[in-house]
Write a protein that binds this ligand. Sequence first.
Ligand code: SAM
Length: 263
Amino acid sequence: YEFCFQKKFGQNFLIDGHVLDKIIAGAGVTKDDMVLEIGPGIGTMTQYLAEAAGKVVAVEIDRNLLPILQETLADYDNVKVIHADVLSLDLEKLVQEENGGRPIKVVANLPYYITTPIIMALFEQHVPLANVTVMVQKEVADRMKSGSKDYGALSLAVQYYAEPYIVANVPCNCFMPRPNVDSAVIRLTRYEEPPVQVKDEKMLFKIIRASFNQRRKTLQNGLNNSSELNFTKDQIAAAIAEAGFSPSVRGEALTLEQFAKLT
Ligand code: SAM
């Protein structure tokens, strides 16, 4: 097919069957499930998913992979390939159309450049989800698992929405071409009830994003400079004081509970 790997699409294809078995088992895919696969590549994991799931919808951005997928998935009548940028899709509508609005499972060897936006979008847009099982950079998986805030808004979104579990560590030689870093598969199982309660969840995440957009700045400046929020300086200062934080506190120092309180 004269296919060339495209770095800009994060194309590192899995070439290790054991890892594929672990991912499918870790995601707990059964014939009752519809699975959304983000970035099927040449369809290696898609075939495993098609064997295990009732239905697979695979979204691939690179048009050069479409003829290859047509060949590698020809034997499966339960797979639908959609040519699109997953970040531009209305995923809630997709789940409505393809699974009658019932919760789906997401399984993906994610292109690293979309790790944060896609995980945030899946949870924040309230796409009906049972779990999300994704290959990400090992460092990112470890931070999601430990709740470390070095990875900013993503770690807090994971704490708020899901229970994390590391399914497998995957060394870089399991891919072609080899990435520079090791990877890990993490499963995020959606909570029925979040661990903290807020009146306005969208506001919570606007505040969290604003706090992490400008690291090393004070919380007050971060919130003031956010394009998503339009409070006055005085309102922000008053809210920070009322929540019991110092005026010079930095956003990255706050826990999820403290962000909820401020919200
Ligand atoms: N699933 C395959 C595997 O495990 O070998 C390929 C994984 S590769 C890391 C990432 C895949 O996602 C590539 O096929 C790439 O073209 C695709 N991709 C990258 N950005 C995308 C986007 N925004 N929307 C949909 N697919 C994307």
